[in-house]
Write a protein that binds this ligand. Sequence first.
Ligand SMILES: Cc1cc2nc3c(=O)[nH]c(=O)nc-3n(C[C@H](O)[C@H](O)[C@H](O)COP(=O)(O)OP(=O)(O)OC[C@H]3O[C@@H](n4cnc5c(N)ncnc54)[C@H](O)[C@@H]3O)c2cc1C
Length: 216
Amino acid sequence: MNNELNELKAPYDVVIVGSGYSGTMVAVHLARAQRGLRVALIDRSKTFGRGVAYGTTDPKHLLNVPADQMGAFPDDIGHFYRWLKAHPANLGAAGIHELRPDAFIPRLVFGDYIQDLLREACALPGTLDIIRDEIVDLTRREGGSFQLIGKSGSKLEAAQVVLALGNFPPGEAERERRVVHEQPVRRRSSCEARRAGRHFDHWHGTNESRSAPHAR
Ligand SMILES: Cc1cc2nc3c(=O)[nH]c(=O)nc-3n(C[C@H](O)[C@H](O)[C@H](O)COP(=O)(O)OP(=O)(O)OC[C@H]3O[C@@H](n4cnc5c(N)ncnc54)[C@H](O)[C@@H]3O)c2cc1C
C-alpha cells in the first residue's frame, strides 16, 4: 500500500474521488461484488469513510433516523442495528450504555460503522487502494479512459471514474454549474442566498474528523 499516485500500477478499473459516505459505499459495494476489480478510493482529507456528516467528534450530534432504520444496505435494513449490538464499546465511547431500536445514535458511531465496512472491504480479494490526495484535474483520453491529476502533481489512469465530492459551498455552486452545463446562470436573489448560507452554516458547523482508516 502507498499514498503516492505516481507509484501506482495504473490503470485502475474504477477510481472513486471522495471518501464520504457515498464514495466509501461505492468502494464497499464494488469490493463485496468480488469481481477482482482494481479500485482506488481517493480523498483529500486524512480520514476516510466519514465525510462531512459522520466526521463529527461530538456525541451530541445525532443521526436523524432511528437505529433500526439506518443502515448501509437497502436490502438489509437491520445491518447497522446488528452492528451496534455487536460493538458495545463504540456506543460506550459515545456515552451510550443502553441500546434501543428507536434510539437516535450519535453520528460519530455511524462513522465507526462505515469505517468498519471499509476495513472489511479492504480485506476482500481484489484491489482497493486508499489514497490521500486532492484530485485537481480529470480528462478523457483517446480510447476512452480517464486521467486524473492529483494536487501533488502525480497522475492516475482509470477506465471509470466516480465523483463523490459531496456538496459544494453555495458560493461556488453557480460557478460549477456554469462550467459543467455551459448554461447561463440565473442570479439568486439575496433572500435565496441568505437561505442557502444558513443551511450551509448549519450543516458544516460539525465538520470535524476522527481517526482511521488512514490513507495508505
Ligand atoms: C451535518 C450533516 C448531518 C447529516 N446527518 C444525516 C443523518 O443523520 N442521516 C442521513 O441519512 N443523512 C444525513 N446527512 C446527509 C449526508 O450528508 C449524506 O447522506 C452523505 O453523508 C453525504 O456523503 P457524500 O459522500 O455524498 O459527501 P461528503 O460527506 O461531503 O463527502 C465528500 C468527500 O469528498 C472529498 N472531496 C471533495 N472533493 C475532492 C477532491 N477534489 N479530491 C479528493 N477528495 C475530494 C471530501 O474531502 C469529502 O470527504 C447529513 C449531512 C450533514 C452535512
